[in-house]
Write a protein that binds this ligand. Sequence first.
Ligand code: FES
Length: 166
Amino acid sequence: MKQTTMKRGQFLRELGLSSSALMAFYCLGTTMTACSSGSDDPTPTPTTPTTSTGLTGNADLSKGAINFTLNLTSTDFATLKTVGNFVTVGSVIVANAKGTMVALSKACTHEGTTVGYRSAQNDFFCSNHGSEFSTTGAVEMGPATKALTVYTAKLSTDGNTLTVTA
Ligand code: FES
């Protein structure tokens, strides 16, 4: 198997980062001791993907199957403990629908606008052209004609962890 090596600058350029982003990486890579544009360190610096505090797993459909957990004691997701509240996580909208946790694809099936949960109607509403979806994803009002995808949302017995799977 052929193995190639590349320098950090080449690696970052292949990621498609802008020159200002490259400068930020260079600065971090030198542990803030210097920031010169002539850095030629052959060791690529590993990067950690940005995630919300309290999210573990994959919530992004473009990265594969939906499979994640939310820590409902974290600041980002504690709001879900309150009936009527909702959050969007990656490609998914999660709502506390009258005390039942539901998770559905967040993109309206009409033109992709992110839907929101309406506690008074207990449904999902797209503000772009007015489509409405039930908590089971079914279309209640067009112009959308296709249902939202529903994911399995399972709350831990202590109520502190929500697991969402496809
Ligand atoms: S994009 Fe949602 S109704 Fe048109």
